[in-house]
Design a protein around this ligand. Structure first.
Ligand code: SF4
Length: 336
C-alpha cells in the first residue's frame, strides 16, 4: 500500500511526512519506524493490515474513563513505533517489526469491522497496543468503515504525528488517549528519540477539534518524577487544554532497556494531589491501590458519579446525557 504523506527527491530518494522525524529514505531502505519502505521511489506502508493482537477490552483499559464508561471496545494493534522509549511497557511488539510478513497476520479493514460487529456490548474499534500512527492508511480506512456502520473509533497514541495527517484522522477518530511522557524536551530527545513540541501541538489540535481526549502520564522513578516539572505539566494541561482535561497518572514497571524500580504508590499519590489542584479529573493507573484516583466525582456537588473497582464499574450515577444524576452538572462523560 502506497503511503499517503511523502515527497520524492532526486537527491534523497523520498522524504516521509507522516511524523515529525521526516525520515529521508534511500531506495530499498526503511524509515526509523521500520514500517515505511522506499521501493523504487514509492514509499510503501509495509505493515498494512499486519495485526499482532486483537481483543475485546473494557474501554477503561485504554485508558478512557469518560467515554462510554462500562462498555467494551474491540482493540487491535500491529508492530512497531516511531519512538524508541527505553522504558517501553509494550516493547515486544513496539520495538520489533517482522521483516518477513506472515500473510495470515493480515486482516482487512472489512474483516476488522465484521469482527467488531459480532460483540453485543462493543462500541467500536480501538487502534492501540503499538503506535497506530505508523499504520496511518490502514487505520484511516478501517476507521472510515467503522464510522459508516455507526461504530466509534479510538486511537491510543504517543501523539508524534504531523498536523496534516492528524487533521485527516480527526474526521474519523472519536476519542484519543495521548501519552505525555514528561514535560521536558531533553527527556523526549534522550529517552524516546523524539521531541515534546509536536506532541503538545497534537494535544492542542485534538482539544480544538472537540474530539474526546484523555492524557496518560507514565511516572518513571528518577527520570520524569520531579514534582516541579510535573506541576508545570499540570499547569500546561489546565491552561492550554482546560481544567476538565482527564489525566491518568500511571505507574511504571521495569521493562525493555530500563530497570529502575517500579513507581512507588506514595509518589503517584503525591503527583495525584498536585494534579488535582489544576485538573478536575485525575486518576491513578497501574497500581494495586484502589482507594485513591479510581472513582469519578462530580466537580460541582462532589457526588461519586462512577465507582470503579479496577477496570470494573460497580456504580453509575449519571444520566443518559452524561450529566451528574444528583445536581445535573455536565456532561461529565460522553455516553451517546
Ligand atoms: S512514519 Fe516512520 S518513516 Fe515516516 S517519518 Fe515517521 S518514523 Fe520516519
Amino acid at each position: 500500500m502506497e503511503s499517503q504523506f511523502y515527497i520524492k527527491s532526486d537527491q534523497i530518494g523520498v522524504e516521509c511526512q507522516l511524523c515529525p522525524h521526516f525520515c529521508k529514505i534511500k531506495n530499498e531502505r526503511v524509515g526509523k519506524c521500520n514500517a515505511r519502505l522506499n521501493s523504487n521511489g514509492v514509499l510503501e506502508s509495509v505493515q498494512w493490515g499486519v495485526i499482532s493482537s486483537s481483543s475485546l477490552d473494557p474501554i477503561e483499559k485504554k485508558p478512557l474513563y469518560h467515554f462510554f464508561p462500562g462498555k467494551m471496545i474491540y482493540s487491535i494493534g500491529g508492530f512497531g513505533c516511531n519512538l524508541n522509549c527505553i522504558f517501553c511497557q509494550n516493547f515486544e511488539i513496539s520495538q520489533y517489526v517482522p521483516q518477513n510478513i506472515d500473510k495470515r497476520r493480515i486482516v482487512s479493514p472489512a474483516k476488522v469491522i465484521q469482527e467488531a460487529k459480532i460483540y453485543p456490548n462493543n462500541i467500536g474499534v480501538a487502534f492501540t497496543y503499538n503506535e497506530p500512527t505508523i499504520s496511518f492508511e490502514y487505520m484511516l480506512e478501517t476507521a472510515s468503515l467503522s464510522k459508516q456502520v455507526g461504530l466509534k473509533n479510538v486511537m491510543v497514541s504517543n501523539g508524534y504525528i504531523n498536523q496534516t495527517p492528524l487533521a485527516e484522522l480527526l474526521n474519523t477518530i472519536d476519542a484519543f488517549n495521548i501519552d505525555l511522557k514528561a514535560f521536558n524536551d531533553d527527556f523526549y530527545r534522550k529517552i524516546t528519540g523524539g521531541s515534546i513540541y509536536p506532541i503538545l501541538k497534537s494535544l492542542k489540535s485534538i482539544r480544538k477539534s472537540g474530539k474526546h481526549l484523555e492524557v496518560t502520564f507514565l511516572v518513571i522513578p528518577h527520570l520524569n518524577d520531579s514534582i516541579d516539572e510535573a506541576k508545570l505539566m499540570f499547569e500546561w494541561l489546565s491552561g492550554e487544554l482546560g481544567e476538565q482535561t482527564v489525566l491518568h497518572v500511571s505507574g511504571y514497571h521495569p521493562a525493555y532497556l530500563l530497570d529502575n524500580h517500579s513507581t512507588q504508590f506514595n509518589s503517584l499519590q503525591e503527583l495525584f494531589h498536585h494534579a488535582k489542584e489544576k485538573l478536575q479529573y485525575v486518576y491513578l493507573g497501574n497500581t494495586q491501590n484502589n482507594e485513591v484516583g479510581n472513582n469519578t466525582f462530580c466537580p460541582s456537588c462532589g457526588n461519586i458519579v462512577i465507582k470503579r473497582n479496577g477496570f470494573r464499574i460497580s456504580s453509575i450515577q449519571f444520566e443518559n446525557s452524561g450529566n451528574c444524576i444528583n445536581c445535573g452538572y455536565g456532561p461529565i462523560v460522553i455516553n451517546s
